[in-house]
Design a protein around this ligand. Sequence first.
Ligand SMILES: C=C(O[C@@H]1C=C(C(=O)O)C=CC1O)C(=O)O
Length: 225
Amino acid sequence: MVVEGGGGPAVRHVRPAPACAGRQGRKVHARLAAGFSLRYPAVSQTACASPEWLATDQLHPTPDARELDWLNEQGSLTRRLTALSGDTFAVEPLVEGWQILRADECAALGVPPGSEGWVREVYLRGRGLPWVFARSVAARSGLERHPFALDQLGTTSLGHLLFRDPAFTRQPIEACRYPAALLPAAVRTTALWGRRSLFCQGPLGVLVAEVFLSALWQADAAPQS
Ligand SMILES: C=C(O[C@@H]1C=C(C(=O)O)C=CC1O)C(=O)O
């Protein structure tokens, strides 16, 4: 990734961002609005509920066995979804660009509140439906010290980079009921399970959050249909 200090943010937005996109993200969206006919709700970052991340054995009420199995998946989610989908798995980029990161993200990445970072939001789709909403972020400061092609992925799964590179170590998985306000409007539902973990390589941290959407639970309940 080429990081240009002080230059205009390089942003590709394939779809409107969720309501809680950071201030920087909304500004950039506004610039692009004419071209993409985008409309952005005037919701401030601080007005949004913040995810309350906990270790998966600390969740209350406790997720059921099937939910815990997905939340605790240690291997590549891409690989598991590909198998479940009968090879119809696809990554659909929604948002790619520089934004002010959320407070919970800055804390996990160990950067000051309000830090800027690269944000990649995608749907992981199976059988033509969005199964997982994923938001992956890396602080600009980490990317400056350790370049990483997070901005070059497009429809290639981030899992391919993270799991094929043994230099990445993964921190413990945390989970929460992901705030609906932070989801794209098309899948905005309360009480969906989300999880996140931090992949580290030297000074670079890539924080990957994945929210399991209702179509995934339906597919998982009827894998052959
Ligand atoms: C981290 C993985 O990568 C997956 C792919 C993503 C992407 O392409 O943006 C995001 C989160 C994922 O679940 C994985 O496969 O486990």
